[in-house]
Design a binder for this molecule. Structure first.
Ligand SMILES: NC(=O)c1ccc[n+]([C@@H]2O[C@H](COP(=O)([O-])OP(=O)(O)OC[C@H]3O[C@@H](n4cnc5c(N)ncnc54)[C@H](OP(=O)(O)O)[C@@H]3O)[C@@H](O)[C@H]2O)c1
Length: 307
């Protein structure tokens, strides 16, 4: 058996207390299955921070984790830890999301290695950066946060939809933020008035518009899409770079993402603020904004990939 319900039941144990989690794991429906039957979970940006913790946790639940990042040494360390634990299995794929050709190549490699995907977690991201830092453009010429946090995940998800459709019931989880700022379609790369926090907030709202689109488009297919703000200012590299004091632990964010990735009974298209379903920024419910974002995203991808 593979599928989300079993993982969801284990999640309930996790949320109650960790002895309960251990108990649940002892009865995991995945502990006795062959690797081919494991739920397959891809977590982008799982070489550090929240993604890394999620990879290690789902490994202990018996999942096969596709670990992704840019740093081979840190990625291999995550894979080795999952393999050494023995309950799950893992494999590392490298790609820099600052270059869309690498994102497309990653999707191609994953399609070559796997015939289905149960959960895709779009987690890789660049934070607001240190105060006063300069605007950065990617290899493709787009504003860094817009591309790494949103556009790369858009492309990866679109290119992996056939695998997710073969994994139904399957899920796409976009790890977003409570920092959501209105997208300006006349200046998506923030040529004017660049500010790291605003660029970050726009990219995080773009992920939510995409989630709403996916939910509508995939209705009835068994592939569900969610967006989640994990926790405020977790103690990760992203937050440390801003120079601010962390306000929450990675474990807190982990519980939020685990819930949307695995718990049964959720409705596709929901936005979660930590463990609670909430309304997202109003632009997420504007069909014209979503249409524009889709159009601009496809144009940018076609240009970068010479299509
Ligand atoms: N930290 C918070 O308080 C907070 C709050 C709300 C939402 N979030 C969201 O949670 C997610 C994880 O954040 P985190 O705090 O865990 O950050 P983190 O510790 O800085 O980890 C970010 C991950 O993304 C990867 N990444 C960064 N740039 C990349 C690129 N160009 N190409 C490919 N991978 C790249 C990093 O890889 P490298 O190791 O190679 O850099 C790393 O694995 C993000 O989407 C973030 O927006 C975080």
């Amino acid at each position: 058996m593979h599928g989300l319900l079993g993982l969801g039941l284990l999640l309930l144990g996790f949320l109650v207390s960790s002895p309960a989690l251990l108990e649940a794991q002892a009865h995991s429906p995945f502990s006795s299955v062959t690797p081919d039957d494991r739920p397959v979970v891809l977590i982008t940006g799982s070489t550090d921070g929240l993604g890394r913790e999620l990879a290690l946790e789902l490994g202990t639940w018996g999942a096969h984790v596709i670990v992704h990042g840019r740093n081979e040494e840190r990625g291999q360390e995550v894979v080795d830890a999952i393999e050494a634990d023995g309950r799950g299995s893992a494999r590392l794929f490298l790609a820099d999301f600052g270059e869309l050709a690498q994102v497309s190549a990653l999707a191609q490699e994953i399609r070559a290695h796997y015939d289905r995907l149960d959960v895709l977690v779009n987690n890789a991201g660049v934070g607001p950066g240190s105060p006063g830092h300069e605007r950065v453009l990617t290899q493709d010429g787009y504003e860094l946060r817009f591309q790494v946090n949103y556009l790369a995940g858009y492309l990866l998800t679109r290119e992996l939809l056939p695998l997710l459709e073969r994994g139904v019931p399957s899920r796409i989880v976009n790890v977003t933020s409570r920092n959501q700022q209105t997208l300006d379609f006349a200046d998506l790369d923030m040529d004017e008035g660049y500010q790291g926090g605003a660029a970050y907030g726009r990219s995080k709202l773009a992920q939510i518009l995409f989630t709403m689109d996916l939910a509508e488009e995939l209705e009835g297919t068994g592939v569900a899409a969610f967006a989640v703000h994990p926790a405020p200012a977790m103690d990760t590299e992203m937050v440390r770079q801003t120079g601010s004091t962390p306000q929450s632990s990675v474990e807190q964010g982990l519980a939020s993402v685990l819930q949307v990735a695995t718990e049964a009974g959720l409705e596709s298209g929901q936005y979660f603020h930590e463990l609670e379903e909430r309304e997202a920024h109003e632009q997420a419910y504007d069909p014209e904004a979503r249409r524009l974002l889709r159009e601009r995203s496809d144009e940018r991808i076609d240009r970068a990939l010479n299509r």
